[in-house]
Structure formats: C-alpha cells, structure tokens
Design a protein around this ligand. Structure first.
Ligand SMILES: NC(=O)c1ccc[n+]([C@@H]2O[C@H](COP(=O)([O-])OP(=O)(O)OC[C@H]3O[C@@H](n4cnc5c(N)ncnc54)[C@H](OP(=O)(O)O)[C@@H]3O)[C@@H](O)[C@H]2O)c1
Length: 362
C-alpha cells in the first residue's frame, strides 16, 4: 500500500490523482489531503478517502515539517509559487516526490535539485512532456541523450495575428484545443509561457543546456515529447491527451498498470509538426531569458505572470498586456542570486507588488 500526501487535491490534477486512487484502492491510499481554500470539496474527499490529515493551505503551511511524516510519496499538485515550499519540505523529509507543480523547478530549481541530489530523492515528473521524456529515457533522469524535443499544441491562438490577439477574451483563452486543465496553466498555454516553463523544467530535471532543448508545435497533442540520441535515433512517447497516465505512472513506475485506451493509429491518420512561432508569443522568450539569467529572475517572471493572468481573467487587462506586465516587471525589479527560499519569497512578493502597480497604474 502506497501512502500519498496530495497537495492541491481539489484542482484539475488533484482530482485526477483521486480518480487514480479510486480505481486502485488496493494499491494507494492518502495519508494527507491539502487544498487551498475549498473546504467543502476537501471535506467531501476526506469523507471518501479517510486520510489521517485533511487541511487547507493556511494550516498546512504552518506544519510543513510534519505534513509528509506518514507519506511514501508527496504528490505536489498545487498551482504557482505556493508549490515550492511543499516540494522543499517533502525533499527535506526524504520522500519520493511526484511533481506536477512546475513552478517548483521554474522558480526554485537550484534549491530543489540541491536537496534532491544531496538526499538522493526520487523526483518523478508528472507534466506530460517531462513524463514522456522520462519514459523515453527508460525512467533514468541521468541517462545520456543528445537533444530533448518538447511538443506544444500551440494553444487556441496559434494562427492568430498579433492584431487579432489584442481582442481575445478570457473565455477564448480558456478554450484549450486539446487539454482540459486549471485556469492558470490554460492561459499560460495560450501565451506559450507554459512552454517556456517546460524548457526550464527540462533543464533542471535532465541537466540539459538550453541549446539541447527545443520546442515544436504538434497540434494533435498525441506525441508528448521526444528524445534524440547521439546516433540519430529519436524516441517518442505517444498517447491521447489525458493526464491520468503520467499521474498513475509517476506512482507506479517502472510498473505499468491499465490506464488509458490504446491509440488507434488508423483513425488518427496523420500527425503534424510545425515551427513554434516565438515572435508572436513573447512570453516564451521572456521565460527563456529569465531562465538563462537564473537567480531570482524566473521567480520575478512567475510572480508577474501570476498577477497578470489573474488580472486578465477578471477582464482587467488585454491578452498582450500579460507579456507587457511580465517584461516590465523583469525590467523594474533587479534579480539577485537565489541562495535561499526566503530570498525567493521576497522576490516573489516584490514582483507581485510591482506587477500590480504596473497593471493598476500606481
Ligand atoms: N492541469 C493539468 O493538466 C496540468 C498539466 C501539467 C502540469 N500542471 C501543473 O500542475 C499544477 C496544478 O495545476 P492544476 O491545473 O491542477 O491547477 P488548479 O486546477 O488551479 O488546482 C490548484 C490546486 O491547488 C490548491 N491550492 C491553491 N493554493 C494552495 C496552497 N497555498 N497550498 C495548497 N494547495 C493550494 C487548490 O485548492 P483550492 O481548490 O482550494 O483553490 C487546488 O486544489 C500547476 O503547477 C500546473 O502548471 C497541470
């Protein structure tokens, strides 16, 4: 029986983790369930799964050091910068980590990987692209390769002109062509910030140089990513776009249990690939620049993006103003070395204040 501490149990990923546990009650149970604020949904899950602990964020964050005591796996499925504190606490508790929260690596990659390496933590990616890379590498994050290729659906505005993007609404941006996800990541998929985040995630998970990571558009979202090897071979992982497979595999690997329906190649017919139009989606390049700058720069980028996406969802700014807010915040707040979680938290708070000031004109 594997005991899971699930952080972010009421969200899009969290509900799918619950579904995997529901289908495999003889294999998995929850030691802890944690949500943000949705007490009603948390109580319903607690009643169904009987974890030892069920907490909202405010209580959970006050007892981070004991949260993972009874867990075999920490499943980090909260959104945004809030995930980093949990990921670090799980690593310090010596637990296996199934990581959906990409911001943990985007913002705190250096700190997280230091803990993971020093304590020899089993860090397993849940993001579909990084799970695909993990599978292509034979479940060995340290295996040799030549290049990593991340696929991108391109989001709902792939073929829009810059002029057309000025007029898109939150509900247009929330209509993702292939994946059904939480609001923040869906908007990030429309700006391609999400693909930039995935490049940074791949850098930390697989020790890649930026020059070894490429992103290509693949509108069908069937090929989840590829690894190119020295001899010219390319190995890909294919499947229908459904997060339950990478979620379940993160819990069972190297064992595979029944999960998704098999691919029907004949009905798929053809798969397409095209260049990522970076010039139309400035958030992608901003993420890479922040990643290359390192230190607190990716945390500043993320805090500005979280602030801007919230404003966009409320109708407060236009779609192109998300990237403008991020760029402006990165210019206004100097980045420094990321030597501790406290440094990152201060950078996060500072950037949120600056981004809000830019948006609301203070
Ligand atoms: N959705 C996907 O398909 C997908 C795919 C790949 C990667 N990811 C990544 O996985 C993460 C979660 O995405 P999502 O789409 O599942 O987000 P989501 O639907 O917005 O869910 C977020 C979850 O985190 C909880 N939460 C918020 N603040 C918290 C805090 N301070 N402490 C503990 N829990 C907190 C929320 O609780 P409340 O309900 O109480 O607010 C909710 O359960 C993100 O980093 C995302 O980039 C998602």
């Amino acid at each position: 029986m594997v005991n899971i501490a699930l952080i972010g149990c009421t969200g899009s990923i969290g509900r799918q983790v619950c579904e995997v546990v529901r289908r495999n009650p003889h294999r998995f149970r929850f030691s802890a369930l944690v949500c943000g604020k949705n007490e009603k949904a948390l109580s319903a899950l607690a009643e169904e799964f009987h974890p030892e602990t069920a907490l909202c964020a405010a209580q959970a964050e006050a007892r981070l050091s004991s949260l993972f005591e009874n867990a075999d796996v920490a499943f980090i499925a909260t959104g945004g910068f809030s995930g980093l504190a949990y990921t670090l606490a799980a690593a310090r508790a010596g637990k296996k980590i199934a990581l959906a929260n990409k911001e943990s690596l985007v913002c705190g990659g250096e700190l997280v990987m230091r803990e993971v390496e020093e304590r020899k933590i089993d860090l397993v990616p849940v993001d579909s692209e990084h799970s695909a890379l993990f599978q292509c590498l034979g479940f060995r994050r340290g295996a040799p390769y030549k290049k990593l290729v991340l696929t991108a659906s391109g989001g709902p505005f792939l073929h829009f002109t810059e002029e057309e993007m000025k007029g898109v609404t939150a509900s247009d941006a929330l209509r993702h062509p292939t994946w059904n996800m939480g609001a923040k990541i869906t908007i990030d998929s429309a700006t391609l910030l999400n693909k930039g985040y995935e490049v940074l995630e791949a850098k930390w998970l697989y020790g890649a140089e930026f020059g070894q990571i490429e992103a290509v558009v693949h509108p069908e979202s069937i090929v989840h990513s590829l690894v190119y090897f020295e001899d010219g071979a390319a190995v890909a992982q294919l499947g229908y776009p459904d997060m339950k497979l990478p979620i379940q595999l993160a819990l069972t690997y190297p064992e595979r249990l029944p999960c998704e329906k098999e691919l029907d190649l004949i009905s798929l017919g053809a798969l397409h690939f095209e260049r990522l139009p970076q010039e139309k989606f400035p958030c992608y390049g901003l993420a890479l620049e922040a990643g290359k700058a390192g230190g607190t720069a990716p945390t500043l980028l993320n805090a500005a993006a979280e602030t801007a996406v919230n404003a966009f969802l409320r109708g407060g700014i236009t779609f192109p103003q998300i990237a403008e807010t991020v760029r402006e915040t990165l210019e206004r707040v100097p980045h420094v070395r990321a030597d501790s979680f406290e440094t990152l938290r201060e950078a996060d708070m500072r950037a949120r204040a600056v981004a809000s000031g830019y948006i609301y004109g203070k």
